[in-house]
Design a protein around this ligand. Structure first.
Ligand SMILES: [Zn+2]
Length: 459
């Protein structure tokens, strides 16, 4: 629990520190108000209406960009003296849907119970949204002089954006309004272990969805007459080969630093595994261990290929002329996808089976660097906010709207409030039930403030 102000040692003396104890009520009220808005896809403008009222009520001008009037995006800016390029703080406003019968409380009630705030969006992504909002309000109220503009973006359609109403639209049509040197948004997190935050991870990279279909073709015929070119048999063999294929391991700056740091704080057995990964002579056995015991870390090592759908056949007595499987491929940053598909065809080694790429909505994006001023500021702010915690860079095996920003050359970093391991498993983002510990909310808002002022305030 946070009981007093924790100022950043490096914060310039000119900045007045907010009274965090006094601000708690406002933070909680605004956070709950946001969670109480049912902003599933198609209702994001309800959040924009709330934000516009709050921001403009305090004299911060806003702009609204909407491809779909029900799914608007909102931008606000607090200007600096222009010595440095802007900082973009963004969060998505939409939430995934709910199955009401699974919830012990109203999923849009922001009910407070057992020390938690319960509700859809309570983790994904309304903590980041409220932290960014509070940062804007406090910059304005305290009149913090800035060396760089701070841009606030609330974007729609992060969870489901087939129409491209969110980040794709803003980047394409209104990039000048959000162009920045650095960005900060969801995509990181922190682990609370026994009442103390022991790890903070800063998201610096993510894999790229690069899905493909395997399509096998053969001769159609009667089920009573076996054929060598049966499409299902060819597809099954191809799926088997590709499903067992061990794609090459490749570390980048982020994952190397991640495993190095993990080795330093893990119990001896695990530490040995992580260290073994970093040495080409011992990497194979370490990978084998992770494949069995830690699939998500295994996925961080390579471009992964996972069969997820099968489709074939029209009747029990009919040999179909076509059979197909969908592969969820997640590529490492920098992977040459064309070459990778060609490699897959070689592994399959069957001219009857073709690899057909599925068009993607996200661009390839490079990892953000871990030697920038922004990364260092975030690392320092995390260490100050959560004393004794180890701070890691991390690569998500999933995909986020940071891809579009990184693809435009913005160095973008992921953050998130702290959760216990068990809470992260039992009440995750997108889970049946979502909740956030109230005690995680305030330090997180303060962490965001520390980063924003440290990177943007006039020195
Ligand atoms: Zn999210």
């Amino acid at each position: 629990m946070l009981s007093s102000v924790t100022p950043l040692a490096q914060a310039p003396p000119a900045i007045k520190a907010p009274d965090w104890t006094k601000l708690r009520t406002e933070i909680l009220d605004r956070y709950r108000a946001l969670v109480q808005i049912d902003s599933t896809a198609g209702h994001e403008t309800l959040v924009v209406d709330y934000l516009r009222k709050v921001l403009e009520g305090e004299g911060i001008a806003t702009k609204t960009f909407a491809l779909d009037p029900k799914r608007a995006n909102l931008v606000a800016r607090i200007s600096g003296n222009g010595t440095k390029r802007p900082l973009l703080i963004l969060a998505h406003t939409d939430v995934v849907g709910v199955q009401r019968e699974k919830w012990p409380v109203d999923p849009f009630g922001a009910v407070m119970k057992d020390g938690y705030i319960w509700g859809r969006g309570s983790k994904d992504d309304k903590p980041v949204l409220v932290a960014n909002l509070v940062a804007m309000l406090m910059l304005k109220r305290l009149g913090v002089p800035l060396d760089r503009d701070v841009i606030f973006l609330a974007e729609s359609g992060e969870e489901a954006d087939l129409a491209g109403v969110g980040i794709n639209y803003v980047v394409r049509e209104h990039f000048a309004d959000i162009d920045a040197e650095f960005a900060m948004t969801e995509g990181g997190g922190a682990t609370n272990d026994g009442g103390r935050v022991t790890r903070v991870n800063i998201g610096t990279a993510e894999k790229l969805p690069a899905r493909a279909r395997l399509v096998a073709t053969g001769t159609a015929g009667h089920g009573s007459v076996p054929r060598l070119d049966n499409a299902i048999v060819h597809l099954a063999a191809a799926v088997e080969k590709i499903g067992r294929w061990e794609t090459p391991m490749r570390l980048n700056d982020t994952t190397r630093a991640y495993f190095e740091k993990l080795a330093a704080i893990s119990p001896p057995d695990n530490a040995a595994t992580y260290k073994a990964l970093l040495d080409p002579k011992t990497a194979a056995s370490a990978q084998k261990f992770l494949r069995e015991h830690s699939p998500s870390e295994y996925s961080m090592l390579r471009t992964s290929v996972v069969p997820t759908l099968l489709k074939a056949g029209v009747g029990a007595n009919v040999i179909p002329s076509e059979a197909e499987a969908t592969l969820d491929i997640r590529a490492l940053p920098g992977e040459d996808i064309g070459k990778f598909y060609a490699e897959m065809e070689k592994v399959i080694g069957d001219p009857a089976v073709k690899v057909v790429p599925i068009p993607q909505t996200r661009p390839p994006s490079p990892a953000s660097r871990i030697d920038t001023e922004m990364y260092r500021v975030m690392e320092r702010a995390a260490a100050t906010m959560y004393p004794g915690a180890t701070v890691f860079p991390s690569m998500s095996t999933g995909a986020s709207d940071q891809a579009q920003l990184r693809a435009k050359g913005i160095q973008s970093y992921g953050i998130g409030p702290a959760a216990t391991e068990s809470d992260a498993i039992n009440y995750p983002a997108h889970g049946d039930v979502e909740r956030l510990a109230e005690s995680s909310l305030y330090p997180f808002v303060q962490y965001v403030w520390s980063v924003v002022t440290e990177i943007a305030a006039h020195k």
